[in-house]
Design a protein around this ligand. Structure first.
Ligand code: RB5
Length: 147
């Protein structure tokens, strides 16, 4: 299961990703928002992030105007590696090297078509492990040392 969320700036991208997931028969839960009316992004970020860290969702996709604010908020949840991606290369590499568990995208930055392309890549690309696992462990160590 995937967890989806967006603010008003990312609403259209979220809806485009949902249409793709429906057509591909991929299960998801939509944590909102449900329109282009202005809302704050942090509550959507935390809802999706906690769905991922609790194991309820395997991965998450979050969208705001730039993808940045919602990624910063999601990354405050322990265990989240949320990555803002604007192209196919970044979407692939953040799975291969960062084992990212949330893809973030910006509705004022990329098209709906690109968002679907990046979502597909993000969902289909495995983590490479190896030396990258050591680097992820170092990130977790930093996180565990913070109070
Ligand atoms: C909302 O106007 C906008 O600030 C938000 O969608 C996002 O881009 C923040 O990073």
């Amino acid at each position: 299961m995937l967890a989806l969320g967006a603010d008003h700036g990312g609403f259209r991208l979220k809806e485009a990703v949902k249409a793709y997931l429906d057509s591909a028969g991929i299960a998801y839960e939509d944590f909102g928002t449900d329109s282009e009316a202005s809302v704050d992004y942090a509550p959507f970020a935390v809802a999706v992030a906690r769905a991922v860290t609790s194991g309820k969702a395997e991965k998450g996709i979050l969208c705001c105007g730039t993808g940045i604010g919602i990624s910063i908020a999601a990354n405050k949840v322990k265990g989240i590696r949320a990555a803002v991606c604007t192209n196919a290369f970044c979407a692939e590499m953040t799975r291969r090297h960062n084992d990212s568990n949330i893809l973030c995208m910006g509705g004022r930055v990329i098209s709906e078509e690109t968002a679907v392309e990046l979502a597909k890549i993000f969902l289909e690309t495995p983590f490479e492990g190896g030396r990258h696992a050591r680097r992820i462990a170092q990130i977790a160590e930093i996180e565990n040392g913070e109070r």
